[in-house]
Design a protein around this ligand. Structure first.
Ligand SMILES: [Zn+2]
Length: 62
């Protein structure tokens, strides 16, 4: 589980969602648009800092 920040491409609203697993279907909390992009603010809630880059369930690595 990770707390991930998103920004809406329609209205510019920034919001966050708690994401479980591969479920990343997110709609804007303000206007409801699904045209959102994931943004990175440099903080992660999870195992990102100690990840080797190949773990599953880590939102801090790719
Ligand atoms: Zn929006």
């Amino acid at each position: 589980m990770a707390l991930i920040d998103f920004k809406c491409k329609e209205c510019g609203n920034e919001f966050f969602e708690i994401i479980n697993g591969e479920n990343i279907s997110v709609a804007c909390s303000k206007c409801g648009s699904t045209k959102v992009e994931r943004i990175y603010k440099g903080k992660y809630y999870g195992k990102g800092s100690s990840c080797s880059g190949s773990c599953s369930g880590c939102s801090g690595c790719h």
